[in-house]
Design a protein around this ligand. Structure first.
Ligand code: ADP
Length: 190
């Protein structure tokens, strides 16, 4: 089972991915987490990504794709994976298809978790207040930019998967349990 979890910042992708990886014994691949790890380790890649992330802008497709290429061939991906926060641009989606095609792997479904903008802002502000690990990009000014970037660069990706008949949208403003049930309903049709 190879999935993409799609949605704006604060939609709850990480929370839902956590539930799914346990239930289906698959791995989560979060480009955001991978980048934050590089920043923490102080690698060259991390140094290049840090200031871009802090502004809420997108790291270059080239960097992201090279990270994904290495990750996706690891043996733990054999049983399936959930992509979280990737692809975020049309180019990334096209490159992903090329990479997977060569490996004879396919994306089964793309699940969009949709949440209204005012609720996103409230959720992320709350996350910033409660979280022990503060993220530099979880403040309202940067969040606004992340939402602008999402609409401009990332929303076109939805259309791409819609045209491929792979897109399923669910209401992300319900409880965590309800959202999870809705996702699992979609997955049982696989
Ligand atoms: P969230 O899910 O809260 O939107 P992420 O953890 O997925 O945030 O990403 C945090 C930041 O990392 C993004 O704002 C961006 O700068 C960078 N990033 C993560 N994934 C990608 C990607 N696929 N392409 C470009 N930049 C990315």
């Amino acid at each position: 089972m190879n999935l993409i979890l799609f949605g704006p910042p604060g939609a709850g992708k990480g929370t839902q991915a956590d539930i799914l990886i346990k239930k289906y014994n698959i791995v989560q691949i979060s480009t955001g987490d991978m980048l934050r790890e590089e920043v923490k380790l102080g690698t060259q890649l991390g140094k290049a990504a840090k200031s871009i992330m802090e502004k809420g802008n997108l790291v270059s497709d080239q960097i992201i794709i090279s990270m994904i290429k290495k990750r996706i061939i690891k043996p733990d991906c054999k049983n399936g994976f959930i992509l979280d926060g990737f692809p975020r641009t049309l180019q990334q989606a096209i490159d992903l298809d090329n990479i997977l095609g060569k490996l004879n792997i396919y994306i089964d479904k793309v699940i969009e978790i949709s949440v209204d903008e005012d609720i996103l802002l409230k959720r992320i502000t709350k996350r910033a207040l409660e979280s022990k690990i503060t993220r530099d990009d979880d403040n309202s000014k940067i969040l606004n930019n992340r939402i602008v970037v999402y609409k401009k660069d990332t929303l076109p990706v939805l259309k791409y998967y819609k045209n491929l008949n792979k897109l399923y949208s669910i209401d992300g403003m319900q409880s965590v349990e309800r959202v999870s049930k809705d996702i699992q309903k979609i997955l049982t049709w696989l």
